[in-house]
Design a protein around this ligand. Structure first.
Ligand code: PLP
Ligand code: COI
Length: 344
């Protein structure tokens, strides 16, 4: 196999940030159809001052990663799921879905042309890929735009949370992330814009993240600003919160299969009450950026809930999930049929 000469980066210490890479994909939707799309080296976007994205925030996005595997291939993990979720997000904001097959082909091209930016196997870093789509034509009355742009950029990243595997401390937020029957289940930038104040507020008080509750009753656990939760009972069952207003995480769906079919661990998907958190022995976050990260403590206005098996490091169940899932992504463990898309 042809060897790609990697960029000269300190791969194990790159952090989670944007770093401009060489190539990105751009396609435009005009007159009711997507054009053929191109790869470009130009990272700038030029838009009309009144473009729909600037006025009414018509934007959806995805997040996934490319990995260098143990045997030197470059792969993505379940990108068909990202393509489908993005089509669903687009429909939710009255945007024209970008077709799944074209999404996958464009993604392959972006990763392939940026192969020198894919962090080496074993470095702990990965190539984060961000497909996104926004209203590009002018609107001033409140309505969907006529034209849209779809792009895919990528950037090498290290761990999302500073401090590596140190368990996180999370506070119960006084703000709500998503309304019932609103947009919480779709990946739209607007959901993240409105979480920023809560995020800055939590950080200023020393917390790593927020636990958002269901907006209707404020009694059930929803998610953080960028990841889903999971819990482990004393008896060893994994419990994942069910709600119509959280993002259906692909990591979480994969973790459920890994737990049930590979690790023989039972999984319950159901509403989780804030009042029952004391009964769990492990808590974690799951997501593309978060991967699987342990949570040591949740603080609800002075009431401290400590997860006894996740105090100084990942709990044993969290660790098994982490090892199996990342093992599949890195080509160390055979993944279920169709989960790994080999690009190089
Ligand atoms: N929840 C939110 C709000 C997110 O932004 C993400 C990240 O994509 C997730 C959950 C996890 O989803 P996934 O596992 O598909 O990355
Ligand atoms: C992801 O995990 O891909 C996300 O979009 C979440 C964000 C916090 C980076």
């Amino acid at each position: 196999m042809e060897m790609t000469h990697k960029k000269d980066l300190d791969w194990s210490n790159i952090g989670f940030g944007y770093r401009q890479t060489d190539w990105r994909y751009v396609a435009n939707y005009r007159n009711g159809a997507w054009d053929n799309g191109v790869m470009t080296t130009d990272p700038s976007v030029t838009l009309n001052e009144c473009a729909g994205i600037f006025q009414y925030c018509q934007e959806v996005f995805e997040g996934l990663k490319a990995y260098e595997t143990k045997d030197g291939h470059i792969v993505t993990f379940r990108p068909d799921q990202n393509a489908e979720r993005m089509m669903n997000s687009a429909t939710g904001l009255e945007m024209p879905p970008f077709p799944k097959e074209r999404f996958l082909e464009a993604l392959d091209q972006v990763v392939k042309l940026n192969a020198a930016w894919v962090p080496p196997y074993g470095s702990g870093a990965t190539l984060y890929v961000r497909p996104y789509m926004f209203a590009s034509s002018p609107v001033i009355g409140v309505k969907p735009a006529e034209e849209y742009q779809f792009r895919i950029l990528c950037t090498p990243v290290g761990p999302y949370f500073k401090g590596g595997v140190k368990p996180l401390t999370i506070c119960v937020s006084d703000f709500d992330r998503a309304a019932p029957h609103g947009t919480g289940h779709i990946k739209a930038g607007l959901n993240y814009a409105m979480s920023l104040h809560a995020y800055v507020d939590a950080h200023s008080r020393g917390y790593d993240e927020n636990m958002f509750l269901d907006a209707a009753t404020r009694t059930c656990v929803e998610e953080t600003g960028g990841a889903n939760f999971f819990f482990v009972t004393e008896a060893g069952t994994i419990v994942i919160p069910k709600s119509g207003s959280i993002l259906p995480s692909i990591t979480r769906r994969s973790m459920k299969v890994v737990a049930q079919e590979y690790l023989n661990i039972p999984v319950e998907e159901r509403p989780v009450k804030l009042a029952e958190l004391e009964q769990f022995v492990e808590c974690g976050l799951c997501g593309t950026a978060a991967v699987i990260s342990p949570v040591g403590k949740v603080v609800d206005h002075g009431r401290e809930i400590c997860f006894k098996n996740c105090q100084n490091a990942m709990g044993p169940v969290t660790e098994k999930l982490y090892r199996t899932l990342t093992g599949m992504q890195l080509g160390e463990i055979e993944a279920p049929e169709g989960w790994i898309r080999r690009i190089v």
